[in-house]
Design a protein. Sequence first.
Length: 446
Amino acid sequence: MNKKHLLTALSVLMTGGMAWGQKVWTLQECLDYALANNIQLQQKKITAASNHEDVLQSKSALFPSVSFSTNQNASWRPFAESTINLTNGSMTTSSNKVSYNGSYGINANWTVWNGNRNTNTIKQNKLTEQQAELAVEQQANSIQEQIAQLYVQILYENEAVRVCEEIIKASEMQRDRAQTMVEVGSLARVDLVQLEAQVSQDQYSLSQAQSQLANYKLQLKQLLEIHDNEPFEVAIPNVSDEKVLAMIPNEQAVYNAALENRPEIQSSKLNIESSEIAIATARAGYMPTVSLSAGIGSSNSSGQHTAFTKQVKNNLSNSIGVSVSVPIFDNLQARTNIRKAKYALQSSELSLLDQQKQLYSTIENYWLNATTSQQQYIYALANVKSMQESYDLVSEQFNLGLKNIVELTTGKNNLLQAEQQLLQTKYTALLNDAMLNFYAGEKMDL
């Protein structure tokens, strides 16, 4: 092997190695990557963590609060007169122009009872935390549904590209055959021109399908938070007729399961519980508040002939107190808060009914689309087979000069339309069946 051949072989091996090493994404890999990297999902998780801190803080409100305080003051009297002090029979003169004093205290406050506001706040914060966790699940479900839809669109467009490529091959073969027929004088040149135009039209259709395929791949990359320029390819599963025509889950069974596992329904139920607790919290506005307070403090000052520690000891004082606050008239604030809380409860109950209605409508649409698509797929299979036989027959007759270019083009267009209908019903049935299983609580799978 000479040097030129060796370099060529190495180039082929390197190119093949790069192709072999290219990442091909399965649906499950797309789902796992998105759930780990999606920005909106991470933000929901941060919100849930923040709500957990609110729960911890509200629990600590059940305990006393303790604080330490100190106050230090210095004063300067520039024109103070001298004073005479008599100590142990002797006289001393002092003229202190600067004096100091300080105070120290430890204070504790404890709300013994405030109409169960603190305990109700804990309950509400726990419900809010659970709703935040359900919001994470809801966002995750939304991401998985979007990924599945884009993935199916990619599968559809990938097969559409393949169909267009096959059509182009057939068109080119007919054009080449027509070229030969023109050369021998058995076909008019105008028919050859029409076939060449048809090849161009088929190439344009292929370009459109390839562009649409690239667009769906780009959307999926963006959803996965992948922003590099590397080629993005998805794994193409083998979708059999048995898979497309698999038994569709029962509509009512899917709905009953969804009522138990869908996070948006559970969140609406928690919102009702939170509204009920809000009413109890508002009623606490009619109840008294009892609190305890205690403190210990001392002080010191300059200008005295007593040591600092002794001053603090001598000035030490303790205090304890009970405070009771009884609402008499609060400008209708308590009544207003109760009524507004009851309205919020009614709104939460209506929101749950609306969520249930939307859920049933969504499942009903998926079920109807799956059922219709399966029926249409059976007819589309038969239609493609019929159009293929018809096109093959027209092509053969055209080669024999028994059919004209219009009949040939019509037969090919009918075949292309039948194949596109087959692909559309195939992947519509596949997607809707996967969505029904997902709403029933199974993992997303095609």
